[in-house]
Design a protein around this ligand. Sequence first.
Ligand code: SF4
Length: 276
Amino acid sequence: MNKAKQNRKTKKTGSGAEPVAEKLTTLNKGSLAKIYQKISEKNQTLHDDEPVLATTWAIGQQHSSDRDFYEELCYHMFAAGFSRQVVRDKWPAHRAAFADFDPGKVAMLGDELIDTLVTDKALIRNRRKLTAVITNARKLLLLINEHGSVHNWLRSYPEAEFYLLHRQLADTFDCVGRSAAEWFMLSTGLPYHFETNDARRLLDRLGLLPKGRKDESYNRVMQTLQTASGVSTWEISIDLWRFASGFRMQESICAEAPHCPKCPLWDECDYFNQEN
Ligand code: SF4
């Protein structure tokens, strides 16, 4: 009997039905590292695009001033839900329209400027986002006044609480959602992870996603995988993303009724062993 059938038999007898919230804590480091290794190795056989494209950042991962942080934040705000290549191509026009992203100068701009900017075809003509460039400059200045610099504010969060910073970014700034906040953190060199629906579904099907607040539970899985594998959460999130989206697109796996013909995670997958 192969291992998948053995697992299905175990499921029917009920002895293998581990509560989802406990599986992450009951698996030992070696088992978790093995799961990650299988994902990583499978990715070596995929031929999807590199996830970190040249269009990913406004500046790169070198931010030396409040101005750089502010520009990066604005870039990811515009890029969310939009073609990064288009944002990249239009970015010089945004620099010109917004005083080279000097937050002190932008905060002084009048809101009536937006009426002019929304007619400028060189820009991304989204009134809410254009307005947010100005309001976010004002909000950022308040943080700079309180902490001395953006760098100081970001580094006031311990690494284990980056998920709180992630939440704070989305709560504080206009038009900055979870995705823009993630990319901003990654672009500023904070060793955070990014999260996709495909990766969440993969972890859920493996039974590794504890119940609870969405961001806290995902953060917990990433921290645990990091401890087990010794790989940064940033690299883990790339591997999860590539495996869960790239592999799925090529092989039609992890679907509603998975056939999973080539998935290396049969033995570890709660979903597969329950549904087959
Ligand atoms: S066994 Fe199937 S459902 Fe489970 S992770 Fe692999 S592809 Fe997804």
